[in-house]
Design a protein around this ligand. Structure first.
Ligand SMILES: CC(C)(COP(=O)(O)OP(=O)(O)OC[C@H]1O[C@@H](n2cnc3c(N)ncnc32)[C@H](O)[C@@H]1OP(=O)(O)O)[C@@H](O)C(=O)NCCC(=O)NCCS
Length: 139
């Protein structure tokens, strides 16, 4: 069983949680914005090159999803580089693409424990606003 360390920071807009595997093979950041309750934005997933294709990212993502469910989160959003193997990785974990933009692809996953909300699909307006913070970083 893999162990993970969690470090949480509170910010004026919400909080971030950094999750790192016990020997620093893999890490990721989860952001929870007060104005977007129930939704987590996942970013910075990275596995050290020496440890790739050994299931570290999969285990880290599953750990994060469990953490999210415990926090009452029903949806995880992320923005992935548009590289075939990375897309393959996220799709295998159940993430669906929403929109492609500037070489990135926006994806989301409804978490299983909230099956009553699993029919959620982003509206046109939500698609525009869903990743507003990320869009600013492109400027
Ligand atoms: C993407 C990344 C996080 C995957 O980490 P990982 O620990 O190697 O992933 P896993 O071992 O859990 O892989 C799970 C599945 O994803 C797919 N996958 C992962 N890496 C792959 C690769 N290089 N080529 C093809 N498929 C790949 C495979 O289907 C794999 O299952 P398999 O090994 O049984 O075939 C890692 O390659 C990485 O850190 N890349 C650089 C940073 C990055 O692009 N992060 C994504 C941010 S958007």
């Amino acid at each position: 069983m893999m162990a993970f360390c969690i470090h949480e920071n509170k910010w004026p807009w919400g909080n971030t949680v950094n999750v790192i595997s016990s020997r620093a093979e893999a890490c990721v950041q989860l952001s929870f914005e007060d104005e977007n309750p129930g939704v987590c934005f996942l970013s910075g997933l990275s596995v050290h090159t020496d440890f790739r294709r050994k299931g570290y990212a999969t285990k880290l993502m599953r750990f994060c999803e469990k953490q999210c469910i415990e926090r009452g989160i029903f949806r995880i959003d992320l923005c992935s580089v548009q590289t075939d193997y990375v897309l393959e990785f996220y799709k295998k974990l159940g993430y669906s693409p929403i929109k492609e933009e500037n070489g990135f692809i926006k994806m989301y996953k409804m978490l299983e424990s909230t099956s009553s909300k699993s029919q959620w699909k982003p509206s046109e307006n939500q698609m525009k606003n869903l990743f507003g913070t990320f869009n600013h970083s492109l400027m």
